[in-house]
Design a protein around this ligand. Sequence first.
Ligand SMILES: *[C@@H]1O[C@H](CO)[C@@H](O)[C@H](O)[C@H]1NC(C)=O
Ligand SMILES: *[C@@H]1O[C@H](CO)[C@@H](O)[C@H](O)[C@H]1NC(C)=O
Ligand SMILES: *[C@@H]1O[C@H](CO)[C@@H](O)[C@H](O)[C@H]1NC(C)=O
Ligand SMILES: *[C@@H]1O[C@H](CO)[C@@H](O)[C@H](O)[C@H]1NC(C)=O
Ligand SMILES: *[C@@H]1O[C@H](CO)[C@@H](O)[C@H](O)[C@H]1NC(C)=O
Length: 318
Amino acid sequence: MKGAIFLFLVLISFSDTCLVVRSPSPVCKCPPIGLFNQSDVERNAGGYYLGNRPTWHPVVNRVVNNENVFGTQPRNIGNLKCELHTDGTYQWYFHGYPMFDMSLGCQEDTDSCSCPEIKGNSESGVTLTERFPDTPDQCYFYEGSCSNDSKEAFVYSKNEIISTGTVTREVRFEDLLCVKDYDNNFDWYFFNEKLENVSIGCSTIKDAFGSDEVCACGAFPIITTVEQLEKYDKTNKYRGRIIGANSWTPSCAFNVTCDDGYVGVVFSDSNEPVELTISSYITCTYNPITNYLRIWVVNSVRVLNPAAACLKINGSFN
Ligand SMILES: *[C@@H]1O[C@H](CO)[C@@H](O)[C@H](O)[C@H]1NC(C)=O
Ligand SMILES: *[C@@H]1O[C@H](CO)[C@@H](O)[C@H](O)[C@H]1NC(C)=O
Ligand SMILES: *[C@@H]1O[C@H](CO)[C@@H](O)[C@H](O)[C@H]1NC(C)=O
Ligand SMILES: *[C@@H]1O[C@H](CO)[C@@H](O)[C@H](O)[C@H]1NC(C)=O
Ligand SMILES: *[C@@H]1O[C@H](CO)[C@@H](O)[C@H](O)[C@H]1NC(C)=O
């Protein structure tokens, strides 16, 4: 079974363009990088939600002649290196962090204009601009800025707030996609998360998450109370579990360190809870789509709105 996935998406507007992959040298010790077609995307746990979109393999050494509204072609994926991993194997490292089982695919954003228009919450002081007003088939390339310098633009959905991990004052919402579901409805997604009643507004990380900004990636709250555990553990998998002492502080790259008999668990809006092992640390790294955004990564999996706790192994109240 395929494990962690990290789907690099290159959104393009012309079906005859794609990205160029320069084949690694034949002596490269790392696993081959997968090239995904549409059925691969459908069968991929993390990419499943994008399975309706026309997808094709990046074409090796193909000459790209069309101008692209999203970024110049060919695109470089910088800072991807083949390095010796702690387990003695060679793995791909993206900005110094190992990425296992990595694949690339090209997708056409044919549904870009089928979702409801996103409104900016003007009371919060947000200004939304279209990045490509001259390309009417590209509806979701918004850029947001806040009238108050100490605030940043967040995505608001029915039940939650999502920080984009922006490093610039003007936020580019690259992770906001209009996706056609398997039931043929069109929905807004932020990364792999389906949204409802989407709007964009300004706030601060502290006000929105009750916790400070870490390394431009957004908040990484430390769970210390039963109420917090209930809030973050949406599937109730760890309900009643005894919460241990935390001797860790989130930073750009950190370990969750817990007392003996306790395990570090990362909760997020995008994934099942992840139980950490000794060798798994958490990092804030580059969003593969753009250098302007950062993402939290745990065990090579991107997590949205993460929080972590030290929880007693096998020890619970009920
Ligand atoms: C997609 O690629 C997989 C291998 O990754 C291959 O088995 C399958 O036949 C391909 N499907 C199509 C429709 O090309
Ligand atoms: C800007 O936002 C900060 C943080 O919420 C707040 O403390 C400050 O008063 C705001 N400034 C203005 C001019 O509204
Ligand atoms: C979402 O928006 C619809 C239409 O504007 C509205 O009827 C509904 O009550 C909203 N739902 C929530 C949870 O805000
Ligand atoms: C996390 O802990 C492991 C094992 O002790 C260590 O090898 C690694 O360097 C640590 N990572 C960070 C970012 O502190
Ligand atoms: C926790 O319980 C499982 C199943 O009952 C058992 O296999 C495991 O050894 C226990 N772990 C510890 C640390 O007690």
